[in-house]
Design a protein around this ligand. Structure first.
Ligand SMILES: Nc1nc2c(ncn2[C@@H]2O[C@H](COP(=O)(O)OP(=O)(O)OP(=O)(O)O)[C@@H](O)[C@H]2O)c(=O)[nH]1
Ligand SMILES: [Mg+2]
Length: 440
């Protein structure tokens, strides 16, 4: 049922100068004509027309309608985009009139889904439409635009091609065993190529995960014993007085969260209750929460008061030893220890920490500036392809039947294809497009 005509308000829900109501499908031009008492059946594509919308005899609004003829439209169907005046009431009224003329309310992401199903874009590009809408910074917007322009295809094409070569090499051998010695073929041709392929996809996955870390922001926990200046550091990073700071040890009881951007790096920060033995029930719960937050964190900032170091600090350092962490020595205005990352949270002097964070994530940052896979779904499929290839290589090394090897190779190939949506799994598509907002 793809020929029915769908509609939705494509602009944000609220009052603005104009609103756009998108209509896509066979009857789009007909509906536009009925609303305006005009005949748009022969209208040229990529043109804009002035018209008045009527509700019965009553003029409702003066609008501009942009017409796009299939297949030269976003969805690949006939599309009419009605730009009306932007009041909430008026926009809903026009939408209501479009619906009354026989259009159906679009599902979330249905316009983009049609674009995909009509071959206007692959699945990675369709996802990029959504990523672009929700991009909250330049890095996210940039990677979305690149993948909208087909960067994922550029990355995957060579991998797919190599895989097809490997598969056909083996197929030839299965079909014409008399032409080649099986053992020789795998040793000389297939195995090195497969290993090289594994290397390449491994690199791609690594880079995509690094880029993802930057795009999503780094979950960072500020940890330390009471009174070392954790909340002061949170405030200094956020440049606002978010957490309460006092000279009383045990001030912070609950987790305090905030997000900060340092250049291209976003930190999702959590300030925690100072860790110590405590009889206070509320503080105990706070400390338990600190430990839980620590377990989930991608980066731990351990704060130590340079003027007041003891075995509790040692214990915290041991606890975080194997974690991705930065140890900072606070209150340098009073005392500074050589060769440490020294800061003064209270004075907002935290450059040494910021520099260290940027150094620590240098590799991830450069990956984020490259074209790569864009989300967990794509990375997951790449990982699946890699696992299948690892199975294939193992089978080859063990001299297994080539038929079995091709099954694994085929799995790898299908997984790669699925990244761009070359699959018949309708439910997967519905799932993906349902994450879109209405009107896209
Ligand atoms: N001299 C100096 N004092 C600081 C600095 N940073 C924080 N302090 C002081 O240290 C005390 C504790 O600061 P907080 O930021 O509340 O410390 P905390 O680690 O969050 O403490 P809890 O929430 O109790 O665990 C306050 O009196 C701050 O003014 C600093 O850089 N220099
Ligand atoms: Mg605190």
């Amino acid at each position: 049922m793809l020929t029915d005509t769908i509609t939705a308000i494509s602009t944000a829900n609220g009052t603005g100068a104009i609103s756009v109501i998108r209509v896509s499908g066979e009857d789009a031009f007909d509906i536009a004509g009925k609303l305006t008492r005009k005949d748009f059946s022969g209208v040229k594509g990529n043109t804009v027309h002035y018209a008045t919308i009527f509700d019965g005899e009553e003029p409702v609004d003066e609008v501009l309608i942009s017409f796009f003829r299939h297949p030269h439209s976003f969805t690949g169907e006939d599309v009419a985009e009605i730009s009306c005046h932007g009041g909430v009431y008026l926009t809903r009224k026009v939408l209501g009139l479009v619906l009354a003329r026989g259009a159906r309310m679009a599902e979330r992401g249905e316009f983009t889904q049609r674009a995909f199903l009509n071959g206007k874009m692959d699945l990675a590009q369709a996802e990029a439409v959504n990523d672009l809408i929700f991009a909250r910074d330049e890095i996210n917007a940039r990677s979305a635009v690149h993948s909208l322009k087909g960067s994922v295809t550029k990355i995957l094409d060579p991998l797919e091609e190599d895989l097809v070569q490997i598969i056909s090499n083996i197929e030839v051998n299965i079909d014409y065993p008399e032409y080649e010695d099986v053992h020789e073929l795998t040793e000389e041709e297939v195995l090195p190529k497969s290993r090289e392929w594994l290397e390449k996809i491994g690199q791609l996955i690594r880079r995509a995960e690094e880029a993802n870390t930057i795009r999503e922001g780094i979950d960072t926990v500020i940890l330390g014993k009471p009174n070392v200046g954790k909340s002061s550091l949170l405030n200094a990073l956020l440049e606002e007085d978010k957490a309460i700071v006092t000279e009383i040890a045990g001030t912070t009881r609950d987790l305090v969260e905030g997000s900060v951007r340092l250049g291209d790096i976003t930190l999702n920060l959590i300030d925690t209750a100072g860790i110590r033995e405590s009889d206070d029930k509320v503080e105990q719960i706070g400390i338990e929460k600190s430990i839980k937050a620590l377990e989930k964190a991608q980066l731990v900032i351990v704060v130590i008061d340079a003027n007041n170091m003891d075995e509790q600090d040692e214990e915290l350092l041991r606890m975080t030893e194997n974690r991705n962490r930065i140890v900072v020595y606070n209150k340098k205005d009073k005392k500074q220890i050589d060769n440490t990352i020294a800061i003064s949270a209270i004075q907002g002097d935290i450059d040494a920490l910021v520099t260290e964070i940027q150094r620590l994530y240098e590799r991830e940052l450069s990956s984020a500036h490259m074209d790569t896979l864009n989300n967990e779904r794509q990375i997951g499929l790449a990982k699946y392809a890699k696992l299948a290839m690892e199975d294939a290589v193992r089978s080859l090394e063990e001299g297994m039947e080539l038929d079995l090897v091709t099954i694994d190779l085929q799995k790898a190939y299908d997984a790669l294809k699925e990244i761009r949506g070359n699959t018949s799994r309708e439910d997967l598509l519905d799932e993906i497009f349902s994450r879109f907002c209405l009107g896209k």
